[in-house]
Write a protein that binds this ligand. Structure first.
Ligand SMILES: [Mg+2]
Length: 274
C-alpha cells in the first residue's frame, strides 16, 4: 500500500456554508487547497439532490455526493472508472438508494399528525414564501428544497414535552428522525454514516492498492453518524459560537471557528500537518 488518498466528507448548512447567508466564501482558501491537491470533496447534506447539484456547480465539484441525510448516494456515470452496485441510473448518476420512498414518509407523517396534541408541519405543507422566511433561502432554492426523495423535513411547534411526544410517536411507528439546524427530518433508517461507509467501501474496493483516509466535517446532530465512521472527525462551531454538545466522538477535533471559518482552519491545519 504505497498510495495514499484522502477523501473529505462535508456537511453543507452551518458547516461549509454559513448558517444565515449560505456562503462558502470564508472557506475558499481551504477549498482551493483541496482542488490543488486533487482531494475529493464529497458533499453530504440533509439538502435535496437538486439543491446539492446547485452547490456542486458553484463549487466546480464533480465528485459523488450524498443527499438527504444519507437517503441516497449519487455517483456521476463514468466517475474515475468506478464500478459498484447501484439501484438505478438517473440523470447521469448511478444512484445507491438507502432511504425509503418519500410518499411512505408523507403517509406516516399524516398519521402521526392526526393524533391529539401534536402540532407539526412538514416542508411539503409550507408555501414557498414561508420556506424563504424560515430558511433565508432564495425562492429558487426554496423550490429545490421542497423536492424531497428520501426524507421529510418538518417543524415541531411546542415545548420540550411536545418534542418528546412527537419523537416517541415517530420511533413507535418504526421510523427514525434526526435534527439539522432548522428542521427535524423524518426518515426510514438512513443516516449520513451509513452512506459514508458505503461510499468509502466503494472507493476502497476500486482502489485496493491505495490507503484511504476519510475526513468528516459537521456541526449538528445529523452529522454524528458521519463523524462516527470517518477516520478524522471535525466539529465546527454553530452560529451562536457553541459546539453541538450531543456530538461525542473519540478523537473529535473541535475546529476553531463558526461554520466555514472553522472549516477553513480545520482543512488547512490538516494538510499543513500531514
Ligand atoms: Mg449542518
Amino acid at each position: 500500500m504505497n498510495n495514499r488518498k484522502i477523501i473529505v466528507f462535508t456537511d453543507l448548512d452551518g458547516t461549509l456554508l454559513d448558517h444565515s447567508t449560505y456562503s462558502f466564501y470564508e472557506a475558499e482558501e481551504a477549498l482551493e487547497l483541496l482542488r490543488e491537491k486533487g482531494v475529493p470533496l464529497v458533499l453530504c447534506s440533509s439538502k435535496s439532490r437538486d439543491e446539492i447539484k446547485a452547490y456542486r456547480k458553484k463549487l466546480s465539484n464533480n465528485e459523488p455526493f450524498i443527499s438527504e441525510n444519507g437517503g441516497a448516494i449519487f455517483i456521476p456515470e463514468g466517475y474515475g472508472g468506478l464500478k459498484c452496485e447501484f439501484d438505478k441510473i438517473d440523470d447521469g448518476y448511478l444512484v445507491i438508494e438507502i432511504g425509503s420512498e418519500y410518499q411512505m414518509l408523507v403517509d406516516a407523517f399524516e398519521k402521526i399528525k392526526r393524533k391529539p396534541d401534536i402540532n407539526i408541519k412538514s416542508i411539503a405543507e409550507f408555501t414557498i414564501d414561508e420556506i424563504v422566511e424560515l430558511t433565508g433561502l432564495s425562492r429558487e432554492e426554496a423550490l429545490l428544497a421542497q423536492k424531497r426523495e428520501y426524507t421529510l423535513p418538518f417543524i415541531i411547534y411546542g415545548g420540550e414535552d411536545d418534542v418528546k411526544i412527537i419523537k416517541d410517536e415517530i420511533l413507535s411507528s418504526g421510523l427514525t428522525y434526526t435534527e439539522g439546524a432548522r428542521f427535524v427530518y423524518l426518515m426510514d433508517g438512513n443516516d449520513k454514516g451509513k452512506a459514508v461507509e458505503i461510499l468509502t467501501d466503494t472507493f476502497k474496493k476500486n482502489s485496493p492498492d491505495t490507503r484511504i483516509t476519510t475526513v468528516g466535517l459537521g456541526d449538528s446532530l445529523n452529522d454524528l453518524p458521519m463523524l462516527e465512521v470517518v477516520d478524522k472527525a471535525f466539529l465546527v462551531k454553530k452560529e451562536a459560537g457553541n459546539y453541538e454538545e450531543r456530538i461525542k466522538v473519540e478523537g473529535l477535533v473541535y475546529a476553531d471557528g463558526v461554520g466555514p471559518v472553522g472549516w477553513n482552519k480545520a482543512v488547512l491545519d490538516l494538510f499543513n500537518n500531514n
